[in-house]
Design a protein. Structure first.
Length: 319
């Protein structure tokens, strides 16, 4: 009788363990060198990406965008999408080949049906830091429509992370430090009685030129150049003309087509009245030149216009 009791208990325990094992669906990298290939990079002057392919699940992408203040985020792309509202947690723990591993909740985000999970800069960098320390990241959530309420647990592996992370950081050093809003209206100052820009204005123009190489949506560049530093009006007109032509040449030298560059006409005082030029006023004309850009909204590179809310910040157990 006692033997039968322990036999039945053993069977029940096996059933319990088996049920527990199937109460979650895990997506993780294999524990072998092939896992290194799951990390990859995609780099340009406007966006840096660090990508991890999650076997059978989809992928996660850490991205940093150009601009005066670099903006970073993490985006998760499940192949089957998100089918119902839930909460995704981000848990740092030692890789599965360790026998004992403590878990730390780095943060969490709300999931919404039909939307890709998005993680803001604060939590993204906490995840990157944990991976850099050799930890894996578990990202559990539930989805009754896809998994009958079981935990779905995609994970990020530290195997191969370090090399890809170094490339990601190196890419960030090469990002353009301006975006369209920074340079859509650019005042410039020339040296006295010359068509040569001041050192500061030359740096500003160079930043704008570098940006324009990567934004095909620009459909018009307007140049307003002024001169008040010569003794006679004709000399001012001539100098203003030379300044405008110098700027036009700077744009054509990087491949900008002449037909989208407009030099706004100036009168004998090189001052457009407010009636003919609404942006003209003392503060503008005192700067000697003003460049304005117009664009085709249908051609905008969305990677250059990304808003990066800090989703998931201050949601970890140590925050």
């Amino acid at each position: 009788m006692k033997r039968r009791f322990f036999t039945n208990l053993f069977i029940l325990l096996n059933i319990f363990v088996s049920t527990a094992a199937f109460s979650q669906i895990r997506y993780e990298a294999p524990i072998d060198p092939s896992a290194k290939k799951l990390w990859s990079n995609d780099s340009s002057r406007v966006k840096c990406s660090l990508i991890f392919d999650i076997p059978s699940y989809g992928f996660a992408s850490f991205v940093t965008y150009s601009g005066r203040n670099l903006r970073s985020a993490m985006i998760i792309v499940p192949k089957l999408g998100i089918r119902e509202p839930s909460v995704m947690r981000f848990i740092s723990t030692k890789p599965s080949w360790h026998s004992h591993a403590n878990e730390t909740l780095l943060g969490k985000i709300d999931l919404y049906e039909g939307f890709r999970p998005y993680i803001g800069p604060t939590l993204s960098w906490k995840i990157l830091s944990s991976l850099s320390d050799g930890n894996q990241i578990l990202m559990p959530y539930t989805d009754k429509k896809l998994a009958n309420g079981q935990n779905i647990i995609p994970s990020l592996s530290p195997i191969g992370f370090d090399d890809a992370f170094k490339k990601y950081l190196s890419c960030q050093e090469q990002l353009i430090r301006v975006n369209f809003n920074d340079i859509k209206m650019t005042p410039l100052v020339f040296r006295l009685k010359t068509d040569e820009l001041t050192a500061k204005s030359q740096r500003i123009l160079n930043e704008q030129l570098e940006y324009l190489k990567h934004d095909p949506s620009i459909i018009k560049i307007s140049i307003r150049a002024y001169a008040y530093d010569m003794e006679k009006a004709p000399e001012n007109v001539s100098l203003a003309h030379d300044r405008a032509e110098m700027l036009k040449k700077a744009y054509t030298s990087i491949g900008i087509k002449e037909d989208i560059i407009e030099i706004v006409p100036f009168n004998s005082l090189t001052l457009n009245t407010k009636e003919s030029n609404p942006v003209a006023d003392t503060s503008v004309t005192a700067r000697n030149a003003l460049i304005t850009l117009d664009r085709d909204n249908a051609m905008i590179n969305k990677d250059m216009e990304v808003n990066v809310p800090d989703v998931g910040a201050n949601t970890g157990e140590n925050d």
